[in-house]
Design a protein around this ligand. Structure first.
Ligand SMILES: Nc1ncnc2c1ncn2[C@@H]1O[C@H](COP(=O)(O)OP(=O)(O)OP(=O)(O)O)[C@@H](O)[C@H]1O
Length: 190
């Protein structure tokens, strides 16, 4: 989102970087971070910079509604936009969707997955309790030099969407066997 002179564009307008180097990308992320913008799109990939503090404005429940049914890139980059696109694509194509979250320890993968689950269950008006997360974290997390709440296991989370279920129609399954987190919503109950 830098213009040719290296200046940040206003209003999250999409533009090309003059040269795509690690330094240039980091510069954009840094500049946006200083403007309290922790999310940036690189194509349809969302880059999140860990703010290390809760940003209530970002995660206000009204944003789930705001991002609902909006094409990716129309509004400011946000993790709710990723959840919405996955959800809509699953419904329209009747096909599994997968969201991969990767990053170094302490970068915010667990937090991001919580926001995704929150948004996906809200979009579906389903009810989800955080029991799975709390339970797994109680046994599987530990404090490390990088992260006070470090997951000491890989995670695969599957959200199963049941189209005709009467009440809570997203089931959440959480298992722990791969080395980075993936989120997979699917399974239609026709
Ligand atoms: N979006 C966010 N908003 C506010 N705080 C965040 C956010 N993302 C991460 N954090 C903070 O950073 C800490 C580390 O994040 P998290 O545990 O999600 O990292 P992780 O990538 O899952 O780490 P690990 O691989 O070590 O398990 C969190 O406990 C939280 O305090």
């Amino acid at each position: 989102f830098l213009d040719e002179k290296g200046k940040l564009y206003q209003n999250d307008k999409k533009i090309h970087l003059p040269s795509v180097t690690q330094e240039a990308v980091l510069q954009v992320l840094r500049q946006r971070f200083h403007k309290h913008k922790i999310y940036t799109y690189i194509s349809n990939i969302l880059v999140a910079v860990n703010p290390s503090k809760f940003l209530p404005l970002y995660y206000n429940p009204k944003y789930v509604k705001l991002y609902e049914n909006q094409p990716l890139g129309k509004l400011s980059p946000h993790i709710f936009a990723i959840a919405d696109v996955a959800f809509r694509t699953m419904l329209s194509r009747q096909a599994n969707q997968c969201i991969l979250i990767s990053g170094e320890s302490g970068s915010g993968k667990t937090e991001s997955s919580s926001y995704l689950i929150h948004c996906l269950t809200t979009l579906n008006q389903g009810k989800f309790s955080a029991v799975f997360h709390v339970f797994l974290q109680a046994f599987g997390n530990a404090q490390t030099a990088e992260n006070n709440n470090c997951s000491r296991f890989g995670k695969f989370i599957q959200l199963i969407y049941l189209e005709n279920a009467s009440s809570a129609n997203i089931l959440v399954k959480e298992t722990s066997h791969i080395s980075y987190m993936s989120l997979n919503c699917f399974n239609f109950c026709l």
